[in-house]
Design a protein around this ligand. Sequence first.
Ligand code: ARG
Length: 574
Amino acid sequence: MNIKEFLNSEVLEVLKSLGYDAKDALVSRSNRPELSDYQSNAAMPLAKVAHKAPREVATKIATELEKKDFISKVSVDGPGFINMSLTDDFLANVPTTKTRSKGRTIMIDYGGPNIAKEMHVGHLRSAIIGESIKRIMRATGDKVIGDVHFGDWGTPIGMLIAQLQSEQPHLAYFTEPFKSVDFDISISEISALYRRAAANFKESDDFKEKARVATFELQKKRSGYIALWSLFHDKSVAAVKENYDHLGVDFDLWNGESDVNDLLPKLVDDLTQKGMAQPSQGALIVPLEAKNNHERAPLILKKSDGAYTYAATDLATLIQRMNDYHPDNILYVVDARQREHFDQVFEVARLAGIVPETTALEYIPFGTVNGADGKPFKTRSGGVMTLKALIELAVDKARETVPADADKNTTEAQAHKVALGALKFQDLKNARTSDYIFDTDNFTKSEGKTGAYLQYAVARINSILDKSGVTIGDIDSAQIKISHPLERELVLALRRFPESLVEAYIHREPSVIAEYVYTLAQRFSTLYAELSINGEKDENLKLSRLKIALLTRETLKQGLGLLAIECPDRMLKN
Ligand code: ARG
């Protein structure tokens, strides 16, 4: 049950019974937890309308609330805040209610890796934030479709083709009509090829022109180029899938930019027909009106070299998504530097009628991962930190958390869980839009605000439950009895999980869940330091504390699950 929503509807009933015409009881968590659990700020606006003193209105409401059996204490404070606390009995026995599914269809575009480019730490954020938002939305009952939106079309491919042709001109890909060829290339060779191509692209106008022509002919589906593209594509997808598998991130759709190639000419025709698109210096653009007194750059559909742009591809992808899924919302989890791009794409999509007002378009930006020097995170030697290297670094450190008696397979599996928990938690604990400094020294430690701290909390509860001599079934059916303020605090935190889920959902903000599980683990830790569980003499109290421990473990696991963090059964502190 979502207690905040429950209280809100209860206070609303009271307001109605007192003759007030209110739509919302403005219930929130208390600003002063030492004073109360929740507060309602409804009296002030109501008093204003009724031309009465706010405290007088608040007192009337409070008198009615006092009669409720779930309320232990009500007070009117300040200008007319109504502070409420719940009875221990209510907290101990909060009924579980099923989340009502709104049945919304949501598409999330995240990950966004590119052909031939090895994934680096920047791609990590889109993948893990997107995965977490997907899980949070699913947990509230939405139907969520994740799409990787592979960057597999356009200039980068033209560059690869031109580079390979300059190195191995006799390959059959380059003679038309293309028949077949016995040629293979590994993903690391493709990445190296791309690096050489990028260097040439920067330096030589001649190479640039070759890459342009290759891109153009690829988009017109020259058969040898398509064959070569397939090879690059399949190798890249396989490599990217392996990376995502390691990360515990998975997608429902593996669509890419190339999938909408055939929609591009019609898109451009339609926008031209509608009078939206117009030529400008050889390119084709859609001018955009100023917003908030700020001039805006036009959206470019086609460059002067005839190639369709990233923006054109995103518009065509919207056509496809609307056709195939009619989603209620489309979310783009893409770094903060692409704000202008999405601003343009969303506006043109609306103006052109590609996306109706009933479908929300949401740009979900995130900040940069920096090194200790405040600049984008690099390896020790100054190179780009690949995702693979980063995971290896974390796994090495995480081995310290594995109990010495574990066999080799268990050790590796566990080191992997701890390493990924560390990577993900270090990222997700930050507000999505802020930049953060990647801490390579302490991020796998089980002290501090880390993934390992939380995994350790779960492992410790496992061992408490194991040693209790009581079966999980018996613990589960035990009664919670609140006998100490520390128990009350922990139980209150446990009961607030549904509220945190809703908050994380509303703000598309996994850090709300990260903060929640961290607080929960801390409260359990404090309780365990002060009160004995298995050592408790009173049998009912022991059972109640075991039940609280069990609930804590389940809630921690559920919360961590929303962050895509798994927990090992046993763990050493490191
Ligand atoms: N591949 C793009 C990049 O690396 C990200 C794609 C984001 N999604 C989108 N629909 N544009 O920048």
